[in-house]
Design a protein around this ligand. Structure first.
Ligand SMILES: *[C@@H]1O[C@H](CO)[C@@H](O)[C@H](O)[C@H]1NC(C)=O
Length: 337
């Protein structure tokens, strides 16, 4: 009897402790440092302050482009050049064909130590390409943080993010665009690239058993969390309308690589239509995923995401205005002055 009471006491105390800790240490994206408010033009070497553009409706000015491509890049000096060349080849050709198209590519160097930012600028210089902007994060945030920071300064009517390793064939963006045309309602819509169609193909049979097992476990988990309709949440190739991006990215919290889940949860709660589109996928060498460790972390992160929203520590609907967002993101100017 007493041992049961002691056990219950211990359980309740540790539960209360855990919840207190969760509430006290609820993560919020770190503020930008002073230098993270600028990008350096590759061609002219000019330093320009970014505007937080995400909440503004598309203005028809010379600044606006039809498409923004955000490329999060952490130590991608080896793989980024090829990906960037493929992307720019495709987009340049399209602009030549159709003068109505315009674009920008925002490379977000996520605190790399291998010269990723300089390599991105060098490619832009070599190609005399003025549409590449490089945003350098001084401290690593994680893929989600890098994508979000890029999205917040993007000026496109549509916004794509694409992995720096070039695992997706870039021209498949046309598949996403078609799907987005079809699915979007009142300028709201997301088209997510998907590798789910490859599950029974050679590419995946060659994957290890443990990998497939974890993938199915992850799907079951997502079902519990309420993202039941999307088979492949983690593909780094997603296209959003500006209106949808403005609804989602200012409200993002997760800066790690499972940010896709928070993004899709927010989209679901905001009733944004989502299309899942099969894309060509080449698994690239040098994948940075540590399967077992990442799966465990992912499970914990997913539960935490639900916990933070459930308890209201994070808010999916609170209206944000541009000033408030600027305030939230603003870095202290002290550091570089
Ligand atoms: C990318 O394009 C530039 C300019 O055309 C070229 O100098 C460079 O070698 C290319 N890099 C790769 C990896 O294809």
């Amino acid at each position: 009897m007493t041992s049961v009471a002691v056990l219950a006491g211990v359980l309740i105390t540790s539960l209360a402790g855990l919840i207190t800790a969760l509430v006290m240490f609820t993560p919020h994206p770190r503020r930008r440092t002073a230098n993270e408010r600028f990008f350096i033009d590759a061609v002219t070497n000019e330093r320009t302050e970014f505007e937080i553009a995400a909440l503004e409706p598309p203005r028809r000015t010379s600044q606006n482009v039809a498409l923004s491509v955000v490329v999060p890049a952490f130590n991608e000096a080896a793989r980024l050049p090829q990906m960037l060349n493929d992307t720019l080849d495709f987009l340049d050709a399209r602009v030549k064909r159709d003068k109505g198209h315009s674009f920008e590519v925002i490379v977000v160097d996520d605190g790399s130590s291998d010269g990723t930012a300089e390599i991105a600028r060098e490619i832009a210089r070599k190609r005399a390409c003025s549409q590449v902007r490089v945003l350098v994060l001084e401290k690593n945030r994680g893929k989600g943080g890098a994508v979000t920071q890029g999205m917040l300064v993007a000026r496109g009517d549509r916004l794509l993010f694409a992995d720096a390793d070039g695992a997706t064939r870039f021209s498949d963006i046309e598949l996403l665009e078609k799907a987005l045309d079809k699915v979007s309602v009142a300028n709201h819509g997301i088209a997510v690239g998907s590798r789910a169609h490859m599950v029974r193909s050679d590419a995946v049979v060659k994957r290890s058993f443990i990998r497939n097992f974890l993938m199915h476990g992850f799907h079951a988990f997502l079902l519990l969390l309420g993202i039941s309709s999307i088979k492949d949440t983690q593909c780094g190739f997603k296209l959003l309308t500006r209106r949808s991006a403005a609804e989602i990215f200012p409200r993002m919290h997760v800066e790690g690589w499972i940010f896709d889940i928070e993004m899709l949860l927010l989209a679901t709660w905001h009733k944004i239509p989502i299309a899942e589109v099969p894309v060509t996928w080449n698994e690239v060498d040098g994948s940075k995923v540590n399967l077992l460790k990442d799966s465990v972390r992912m499970a914990i992160d997913l539960l935490l995401i639900r916990f933070y929203y459930f308890t209201g520590l994070w808010n999916a609907f609170k209206a944000l205005d541009a000033q408030e967002l600027e305030e939230k993101l603003k870095g202290s100017k002290r550091k570089s002055e």
